[in-house]
Design a protein around this ligand. Sequence first.
Ligand SMILES: C[S@@+](CC[C@H](N)C(=O)[O-])C[C@H]1O[C@@H](n2cnc3c(N)ncnc32)[C@H](O)[C@@H]1O
Length: 241
Amino acid sequence: MNGSLEDVMNSSRIWLGRHNEEFARSLPAGSIVLDAGAGSQPYRHLFDHCIYEAADFEMVDKEYAKSTYVCDLSSIPVAEARFDAIVLNQVLEHLSDPVAVLQEMHRVLKDGGTMICSAPLFYEEHEQPYDFFRYTQFAWRHLLGNAGFEIISLDWMEGYLGTVAYQMETASKHLPRGAKNIAPGALGVAAVPLLASVRIACRHLARVFYRLDAQQKYTQSGFPKNYIVVAKKLFVARQAA
Ligand SMILES: C[S@@+](CC[C@H](N)C(=O)[O-])C[C@H]1O[C@@H](n2cnc3c(N)ncnc32)[C@H](O)[C@@H]1O
């Protein structure tokens, strides 16, 4: 997904790109940035003015970019307060122990350092078997607050049209085909053309809704697919030895 408006199939990636771009622009040149759970490092180019390092455990059967640290995110082999900023995109749902990882993010971040995080509220299982949780806005506040972060912003990552587009996209792929799979007897037979039409309509409407969502985020009702959060490490009063 390159995020261009010509091929809007998943507006969430477009919004994720925009939010990360804004976060990257807020960092002074030379900042040391950790992309935690970086995967293929799709946002690396946004941090060209920074010193970019990536950590990932590389356990999923997929293509990875070369990580600086191949490790579990609950134990990163660096000294405390190494990083000025952390990028934690689409990772928290994959962690069996998110509390331990947020504590580790807190350890490796400088006082006053910032972190951008995103994770789904509503999304199908993926990267199995490493898929454990979905996060509400209240979970974000609870987990980040307990780990010693102050929330700077907490937003819907995409608008409700993006959520509906995703529902329509998945319906176009997963609605059952074949009378026996739908309902027993004549009802199943009668429903075949109905579901076929719904599948086709959903496929086309999903494209339209993704394009609309990429243009403007509608947040007045409904719910997002993801939340996106920017948080800051609170200053830690250290005891004199
Ligand atoms: C959905 S991908 C997101 C990748 C990238 N951040 C992005 O936005 O495209 C989640 C990534 O987290 C990594 N990951 C999951 N659990 C991890 C853990 N406990 N320690 C280190 N990396 C982990 C996976 O290997 C995967 O690359």
